[in-house]
Structures are given as structure tokens and as C-alpha cells.
Ligand binder design. Structure first.
Ligand SMILES: C[S@@+](CC[C@H](N)C(=O)[O-])C[C@H]1O[C@@H](n2cnc3c(N)ncnc32)[C@H](O)[C@@H]1O
Length: 408
């Protein structure tokens, strides 16, 4: 079976974790992992790739070299292109991985072209971050069967040559985000890729039927739409009747323009999360994915006293919510939820309530999959908190999202 190269987005730990849960791969299938790329034994199905929010590109490994010698690598790329049937060909060339800094794509592409004398060859050079972008790959037609987007992934002792087979559909993300009739910025909309990642993290291992997903703080329905796209049955609720109206309008738009006719259905209703058990049957939900209520929004960094006051209100709300979730979630069902994390003061609400949440009858899972800590290096490890939660935030934010993963 061929190997696959995965190029993750800005949160490699999350990319790694969602890849394992969505594909059902065991960590042993991962041959090598660095923050810039992972190689696993196997392939992605065409249906799996678009569901991965954390993977920018994936490609099939076409050669594996036990050397980092530039001449050897360039001759191997030339040999690969020479054996391809087309007389005229176009290729893109990128170098990624811990040892890629000293590799100049322009020089290497020129040398590769010179080494393949019997074909008419044109090459495309990366514009940003040393990698050909999704836009370049699309516009220059570098995907199979038209062209070749080649990535050389350089680990400490090996070079892997991969041909890109999938790239994230930037146009689809743009439409799914900007096309919605209601986009309520003040409520803090979830980035679509984070929605996908969280859905994947909470996805049941196997079910015979379409899983049922609940978002009990649904806002304008961002998580719900991404779950519909991934073919989940979807239930959304919110305390605010306006939020429920916005979700209804957004999902109706989404169904019309983005979903197939036989797509799953949704239901929406107004409900305080603290009484959600009144509206749903016990053990009826397979997974809960949600961006929790952040409390009062601050315009300048809150003091420790303000944060303490805020958390004093939020802690009982979440504890009541987790008690309700335990009744409606089926045994083994999972929750992926974001709670507010106060970045300037490093104060975590999740840490304050986690012990009490676990006594309700959950286990918590680390967002750092087994074996990933060593492989992924220290760059992104500061985002993992001691209890295995993950801080998803931009440096300019006041409140970040802390992702918590629980299982009943
Ligand atoms: C951060 S927003 C969710 C935004 C949503 N993920 C989106 O992308 O549109 C939090 C939501 O929680 C809702 N909320 C606040 N308190 C609630 C409660 N007690 N029960 C249910 N929903 C509540 C708010 O109305 C708000 O829509």
C-alpha cells in the first residue's frame, strides 16, 4: 500500500489528532511526524479529505530516499518525471520539513528541468512559506492528471518525494463562510476548519447509522452546517430565539446551495442548556460539539478580579450543562467543546471545573495523541495544557478557545 504525505495547517497537534480519529488509523501507521508534515502507511479516500479541517494538502509518496544529498534528490525527481508518459509537463516544487531551509526551490527546479532533456517542461515556484499554495495548484493545473505538484519532505535522515493528490478547496470554504445570510461577528463565529476538526475529534468510532450531533450553544449554526456537510443528523439549540432564527435561515441557505438532495436533516429549538435534558431523550445523542458561551465580552484585557467574577457565573452554567449532557448522550458518546481561556492572565475555566465534571461520569482524553509529543516537537506543545486540553487562539485575542474532549 502506498504511503501518504499530510501537510497540516497551523495546529499540527489538532491535525494529527483528527487524522487519527477520522481515518481510524492507529498511531503505529504514522511512519514519521514533524510539525510540518506526517507520513502514514495508507491512503485517504476521496470522501475523507474534504472533511479534514486541519490538512492543507495530501499527496502520494512516490519515492523514499535514505539520503539528504541534494544531487541524489534532484536526480530522483528527474527520474520520476522522465518515466511519466506525457511529453509536455508542468510541475510545482516545494521543500518542507525540519531540514528544508537550505533548499532553494528555484535552483532545484531549474536543475530538475535541465536533467529531463527529452520532455518539454515548465515549472511553478512556491510564492509563500516555501510551498506552492492551493491557489497556485488550482490555477496552474498541477493536480493529477494534468500536472505534478511535488513536495520533498525532509526529515533528519530521509527525503520523501510526494505528488499532491488533494488540496483544500479554498473556494468552497469562502462560500460556506461568506455566503451565509447571517454572520454574527459579535457572538464570535467558529472558524470552519476548527468546526471540522472538533466534529472529527468527537466522531464515534463506528456506527451503523448516521450519527446524531447536538450543538446546544448553536449561535448562527456554523458547527451544524459543517456537520450536515459531513452527513450527520443535526440538532441545534440556543437560549436566544434570534440565534435559532439565524441558524434556521443559514441552514436553509446551506441546504439550497451546498448540500446534496439526500443530505441529512436538522432540527432547531430555543432552550437553555441547563434544561436541555427536557427536550431530548436519554441516550439519544451520539456526539456533542459546541463552542460554549464565553460570558461577557471584554474590549480590553480583563483583570484577574473580573475574570474570577466571570468564571464564578460560568462554572455553574457549565456544570449544569455537563450534567444534562450526561443524560442525553449515549454511553461512549463524546463531547468536544470550547471553553473561554483568558490569554493574558493564563486563566483556564476548564481546569477549574474539570474535576467536578469528571465526577458526573466522564473520562477526559488528551488532545495530544499517543506518541505525538515526541514527534511533533516543542513548537506547538505549549498549547497543550497539563490536563490534555488545547488552547486555540491568535496572539491578538483577549479570550482564546480551550478545547476539551470528554467521553461518557
Ligand atoms: C459563542 S456563541 C456560539 C457561536 C456559534 N458557534 C457560531 O459559530 O455561530 C455562544 C452562544 O451561546 C448562547 N447561550 C448563552 N447562554 C446560554 C444558555 N444558558 N443556554 C443555551 N445557550 C446559551 C448564546 O446565545 C450564543 O449564541
Amino acid at each position: 500500500m502506498p504511503d501518504t504525505l499530510i501537510l497540516p495547517g497551523q495546529h499540527p497537534i489538532l491535525s494529527f489528532a483528527e487524522l487519527l480519529t477520522l481515518t481510524g488509523l492507529s498511531p503505529d501507521a504514522i511512519q514519521t511526524a514533524t510539525p510540518d508534515g506526517f507520513i502514514f502507511a495508507g491512503t485517504l479516500t476521496p470522501a475523507q479529505f474534504p472533511r479534514l479541517g486541519g490538512t492543507i494538502k495530501a499527496g502520494q509518496v512516490v519515492a523514499e530516499l535514505d539520503t539528504l544529498d541534494k544531487e541524489n534528490v534532484l536526480l530522483r525527481i528527474a527520474a520520476y518525471l522522465r518515466t511519466e508518459p506525457a511529453e509536455k509537463l508542468r510541475f510545482g516544487l516545494s521543500f518542507v520539513g525540519p531540514n528544508s531551509r537550505s533548499w532553494d526551490p528555484e535552483e532545484m527546479a531549474f536543475l530538475v528541468k535541465s536533467a529531463v532533456e527529452d520532455k518539454s517542461i515548465r515549472y511553478v515556484l512556491p510564492k509563500e512559506h516555501g510551498q506552492t499554495s492551493a491557489a497556485q495548484i488550482l490555477h496552474q493545473k498541477l493536480l493529477p492528471p494534468d500536472g505534478y505538484d511535488l513536495t520533498v519532505f525532509l526529515t533528519h535522515d530521509k527525503a520523501w518525494l510526494a505528488r499532491t493528490s488533494h488540496i483544500q478547496d479554498i473556494e468552497s470554504y469562502r462560500l460556506r463562510d461568506e455566503g451565509r445570510p447571517f454572520r454574527i461577528r459579535s457572538e464570535g463565529m467558529m472558524p470552519l476548519k476548527l468546526c471540522q476538526i472538533m466534529i472529527n475529534l468527537a466522531t464515534p468510532n463506528r456506527t451503523e447509522t448516521r450519527p446524531t450531533l447536538l450543538d446546544p450553544f448553536c449561535g448562527s449554526g456554523t458547527i451544524l452546517q459543517e456537520a450536515l456537510l459531513a452527513d450527520y443528523d443535526v440538532i441545534g439549540s440556543d437560549l436566544s430565539p434570534d440565534a435559532v432564527k439565524h441558524s434556521e435561515a443559514n441552514l436553509a441557505w446551506f441546504k439550497k446551495y451546498m448540500l446534496k438532495d439526500d443530505a441529512a436533516e436538522w432540527s432547531l429549538f430555543t432552550q437553555d442548556v441547563r434544561q436541555i435534558g427536557r427536550a431530548l431523550l436519554p441516550n439519544s445523542i451520539d456526539l456533542i460539539v459546541s463552542e460554549g458561551y464565553l460570558g461577557e465580552l471584554f474590549t480590553k484585557p480583563p483583570t484577574r478580579e473580573l475574570i474570577a467574577m466571570q468564571n464564578k457565573k460560568l462554572a455553574p452554567l457549565y456544570l449544569a450543562a455537563f450534567r444534562e449532557f450526561h443524560r442525553i448522550l449515549r454511553p461512549g458518546g463524546k463531547i468536544a467543546i470550547t471553553l473561554p481561556y483568558y490569554l493574558q492572565e493564563n486563566i483556564s475555566l476548564a481546569e477549574q471545573i474539570l474535576d467536578a465534571v469528571l465526577t458526573i461520569g466522564y473520562t477526559s482524553s488528551s488532545l495530544l495523541p499517543e506518541g505525538a509529543a515526541r514527534a511533533l516537537g516543542t513548537d506547538s506543545l505549549h498549547r497543550i495544557r497539563p490536563r490534555g486540553t488545547y488552547i486555540y487562539a491568535r496572539p491578538d485575542q483577549l479570550i482564546g478557545r480551550e478545547i476539551l474532549l470528554l467521553q461518557k
